[in-house]
Design a protein. Structure first.
Ligand SMILES: C[S@@+](CC[C@H](N)C(=O)[O-])C[C@H]1O[C@@H](n2cnc3c(N)ncnc32)[C@H](O)[C@@H]1O
Ligand SMILES: [Mg+2]
Length: 260
């Protein structure tokens, strides 16, 4: 049986996805125009108030230890084992951590914050003074992530930039004093991976040795990104086969080191 809750959640995810993708919806209420104002208000309240992301945050706030990033990650994982979610998770997480530790970055960028899980995982490893910027197009997700990061005690290490990657990347130098990026975690919608990689190059944000690490290159899959980084002659690539978070499905991360 399809639950009303599930339908609302699908609609909400669709709205967030549309907002981050190329078909950006300027005004979500347009979609609900055929409804009368009261129904419209009820639907919007339902969609935004009790999302899976909000319930994940509530679960963490009720159970995890404030100021303890590992505890926050553990409770996000625990919640997501019952209700699948897009966090990089506790199987791929250690691979991401290994690459970050080996890279020892001073300036990091993440594309796709979601609830802040990977931002917490990565930022806790960074040496003092390292900058970690994370871009999230969905305002509701960005708000949840900020609360999650605050609760984990990582608020001084992580800066969320709310907006789409396509709009924010070209402004990183002027608005956020970024010279070049040492490490980029690419984990938003896979159709944005290649255009955003090219945008990072065009904006002069990559230097010889900059490390890109892309999630979900097998599931849901990013074939055009894999082809670009493996055949353009601009990157040295390594594949890390693994499994999709909270699932037995096959997935992989791709590390691409810019040749400069
Ligand atoms: C897979 S989730 C990120 C998971 C997160 N990195 C983690 O592991 O905890 C993808 C997120 O990217 C956001 N997103 C999608 N396209 C985007 C874009 N073009 N710019 C910024 N954020 C985007 C979505 O709203 C969603 O919250
Ligand atoms: Mg991912």
């Amino acid at each position: 049986m399809v639950s009303v809750y599930g339908v609302l959640e699908d609609v909400r995810n669709l709205l967030c996805r549309k907002q981050g993708g190329s078909h950006r919806i300027k005004d979500h209420t347009q979609l609900l125009k055929p409804c009368n104002p009261l129904s419209r208000k009820r639907i919007i309240t339902s969609i935004m108030a009790d999302s899976k992301e909000q319930r994940t945050l509530d679960y963490v706030l009720q159970n995890a230890v404030r100021g303890d990033p590992q505890s926050v990650l553990d409770f996000i994982d625990k919640f997501s084992e019952n209700e699948w979610a897009m966090h990089v998770g506790n199987v791929k997480g250690p691979i991401v951590e290994k690459v970050v530790t080996e890279t020892d970055p001073s300036t990091c960028l993440e594309l796709g914050t979601y609830c802040g899980y990977s931002a917490i995982r990565i930022s806790r490893l960074l040496k003092p003074g390292t900058r970690f910027l994370t871009i999230e197009s969905c305002p509701a997700n960005a708000a949840i992530a900020q609360q999650m990061i605050d609760f984990a005690g990582m608020q001084d290490k992580v800066k969320i930039l709310q907006g789409s990657s396509q709009e924010i990347i070209p402004r990183l130098k002027a608005d956020h004093q970024v010279e070049t990026l040492d490490f980029v975690f690419i984990d938003h919608w896979s159709e944005c991976y290649t255009p955003d990689t090219k945008l990072l190059e065009e904006c002069g944000l990559l230097r010889k040795g900059s490390v890109l690490l892309a999630d979900n290159v097998v599931y849901p899959g990013a074939p055009d990104f894999l082809e670009y980084v493996r055949t353009s002659g601009r990157y040295d690539c390594t594949n890390f086969p693994t499994h999709l978070q909270y699932s037995k499905k096959e997935d992989a991360l791709e590390k691409a080191v810019y040749r400069g």
